[in-house]
Ligand binder design. Structure first.
Ligand SMILES: *Cc1c(COP(=O)(O)O)cnc(C)c1O
Length: 397
């Protein structure tokens, strides 16, 4: 009797390097890039069979492509969900995961603290099509319980949330949602597939921006939607086929290469972030330092229950409002002023004037984003160099 292991049985690092690998007839070591929009068939009958779904094989790269399929299979094995579909950006993934299942009259419940563009979809786009959206304080379990009512179709969660790093109790929200038959969509970007596994709490759909830690080297945009077969068959498949938010094969290749080192990078970035967060909190120069891995984070216990580490992002408040924040940013020598995150390079941004500028001031303040709030994505530089850069900049505020 053989006891052959399948890729699903592999340990994490092996999945990241080898999951989904399919070699061509040339036996290349690295994944091949199939930059082709279409595919040719040996006979008319083969084309007919493929279109009828009676034979396996590619037909058109809007629907699937060998390089993109390798990325999708690697993500599927990694997340432990049977279906993964790659998209051109993280926002395309969020939008498709929501829109494919919603229709006029449906209700969506989400947390107030969301990535700016996710918030725009809930606040502005969905209501245009007759979909009701209700936003709650994601840290307040009673607020979720009040909002998730029998008419709720979908619950949308981001945890930790951008940029204030609020943590949502995934178990509580999934249980409430499932009690009324709602689908839970989790944007797991900040936690990465390594630190948090939303399916363990019952999440139905998980989305990522591949642009962040999965590429993690500032090169390419991408996204991915992971779900059960039923959700794919009932909602996602036809929606994606006919609306076409497809990932380019070249970007899929970059993200495949990114996955190979994701474990190493995220582990080091979390170690760096923990050191930098301690330095910032101990500096005494900031009015607030938020890092889920620190005991003084208001939801530290929940964060550590749900996540394997504190993450790669730190949020802080600089005294002196926008002036103070801009002074600090402009004094940095190593850390770049940039709004991306999850990158090898440490990046710092001022949410009120960039990523969250489209929110009304009252909505920003409600989220805890002040004029002095800065978000730091900690990268792969030596933590001591980052600390020295910040220490020097802090003397200028
Ligand atoms: C960046 C980000 C997105 C959007 O991803 P893009 O690839 O930039 O479209 C969505 N959600 C979260 C939490 C993000 O950080």
């Amino acid at each position: 009797m053989t006891n052959k292991k399948t890729p699903a049985d592999w340990r994490l690092a092996t999945k990241l390097v080898r999951g989904g690998l399919k070699r061509s007839q040339f036996g290349e070591t690295s994944e091949a890039i199939f930059m082709t929009s279409g595919f040719r068939y040996d006979a008319a009958e083969v084309a007919a069979d493929r279109f009828a779904g009676a034979a396996e094989g590619f037909t058109y790269s809007r629907l699937s492509n060998p390089t993109v399929a390798m990325f999708e299979e690697r993500m599927s094995i990694l997340e432990g969900l049977p279906v993964a579909k790659a998209t051109a950006t993280g926002m395309a993934a969020v939008n498709a995961a929501l829109t494919c299942q919603l229709r006029a009259g449906d209700k969506v419940v989400g947390a107030r603290a969301l990535f700016g563009s996710c918030r725009y979809i809930l606040d502005e786009i969905l209501p245009r099509y007759g979909i009701t959206t209700e936003l709650v304080n994601g840290a307040d379990n009673d607020a979720w319980a009040r909002a998730i009512t029998p008419g709720t179709k979908t619950v949308f969660v981001e945890t930790p949330a951008n940029p204030t790093l609020d943590v949502v109790d995934l178990q509580v929200v999934c249980d409430l949602a499932h009690a009324v038959g709602a689908t839970v969509v989790v944007d797991n970007v900040f936690a990465t597939p390594l630190l948090q596994r939303p399916t363990e709490y019952g999440a139905d759909v998980v989305v990522y921006s591949g642009t962040k830690h999965i590429d993690g080297q500032g090169r390419a945009l991408g996204g991915v939607i992971l779900c059960q077969q039923q959700f794919f068959d009932d909602h996602l498949n036809q929606y994606l086929r006919h609306t076409g938010p497809t990932m380019s094969p070249f970007n899929a290749w970059i993200l495949l290469k990114g996955l190979e080192t994701l474990d190493l990078r995220v582990t080091r970035m979390c170690e760096n972030a923990a050191k930098v967060a301690d330095f910032l909190a101990d500096s005494g120069k900031l009015s607030r330092v938020l890092y889920p891995g620190r005991k003084d984070h208001p939801q530290h216990e929940l964060a550590m229950r749900q996540m394997a580490a504190g993450g790669t992002v730190i949020t802080m408040d600089v005294p002196g409002g926008r002036d103070g924040a801009f002074h600090l940013l402009n004094a940095l020598e190593i850390i770049d002023i940039s709004n991306n995150l999850g990158d090898a390079k440490s990046l710092m941004t001022h949410p009120a004037s960039t990523t969250h500028r489209s929110l009304a001031e009252a909505a920003r303040l409600e989220l805890g984003i002040g004029e002095g709030t800065l978000r730091l994505s900690v990268g792969l530089e030596d933590a001591d160099d980052l600390i020295e850069d910040l220490a020097e900049a802090l003397t200028r505020i």
